[in-house]
Design a protein around this ligand. Sequence first.
Ligand SMILES: Cc1cc2nc3c(=O)[nH]c(=O)nc-3n(C[C@H](O)[C@H](O)[C@H](O)COP(=O)(O)OP(=O)(O)OC[C@H]3O[C@@H](n4cnc5c(N)ncnc54)[C@H](O)[C@@H]3O)c2cc1C
Length: 320
Amino acid sequence: MYEYTDIHLKDRNTFGIDAVARRLLEIEPGDSIPTVEGDFFVLGAGSDVVFVDDYAGTVVTLADRQVVTVDDNLVTAWGGMRMDALVQWCIDHGLYGLENLSAIPGTVGAGAVQNVGAYGVEAKDVIERVEAYDLRECCLRTLSNADCRFGYRHSLFKELPGRYLVLRVAFRLRTVFVPNLSYKALANLPHATAAELRQAIADLRWQKLPRPEEHGSAGSFFKNPVVTETVYLALREQFPDMPEAHASEGGYKLSAGWLIDRAGWKGRTQGGAGVWPTNALVLYNTGGCTGSDVVALARAIQQDVLDKFQIPLTPEAIII
Ligand SMILES: Cc1cc2nc3c(=O)[nH]c(=O)nc-3n(C[C@H](O)[C@H](O)[C@H](O)COP(=O)(O)OP(=O)(O)OC[C@H]3O[C@@H](n4cnc5c(N)ncnc54)[C@H](O)[C@@H]3O)c2cc1C
């Protein structure tokens, strides 16, 4: 385990926001988990967080190590491993099911916390169980898929922030490749290999999202709001160009990107933050941006969308 004090976090979050943590503990696979006194926050690859201030407590993080074990088609990976590295590892080893989650710049552990999803697949579809350290009871727990209470970008770990440190995630994969082409733009790839599907997904992704090495962001900044059928139908009547939504998650999932775009925010900048010109769901660092710039822009968008559509937007990114 490594311990750092007064550490700059600029290279530990994809927004590229500089903040200083008083203390940071980096845990290696096999380390015993320390008892952390005072405030702490678990940080993965920092691809879904915005630091608004310096952090006076302890940041706990898992080292980025590629540790994978396989038992038949059950693949268990270290929580600090990068999700994308795991996707590649699985394809290389003839294990399939994660391809559609290619190029998400987060860790395996946060993949379970956030129930990451992309191009028709969510982590919960393939997670069999999660091994987490219970920081309150100081013991290791194994949680089944059902225990994790997965939902849209949601899990038990989000209900109880700070309670669990996800150490390992076990994925039930397949040994036969069957491409998931449920996302419309992938429908023309019925004969693709897993590697080709992975490449197609990465290509699609970078058409719509800023590459973290070029422009800082947290990917989609807001969740797509889920509304009742009555609200959805009333909006469709008022805005016939609104994209069609389908019933899911107990309601109709609207496109937050469309709402933000229709409210006139696409491409606009404010302070050091901006709305990505080709995808209004993404807020990005236009250069030298602070967490306060991002939050101010996000609030302005939320208020405007509320005023124009009476729809509250909830951030997917975590503000610290
Ligand atoms: C360019 C870009 C594209 C993206 N595309 C997608 C996408 O397609 N789909 C999608 O779902 N997300 C996407 N994201 C968002 C982000 O990558 C995911 O939410 C990812 O899971 C966050 O992982 P992380 O390791 O960076 O977590 P962090 O941002 O560091 O943390 C996120 C949350 O998880 C908690 N956490 C992290 N690690 C652990 C752990 N080991 N144990 C307990 N809690 C932990 C943190 O406390 C925090 O609450 C994208 C982000 C970017 C920048």
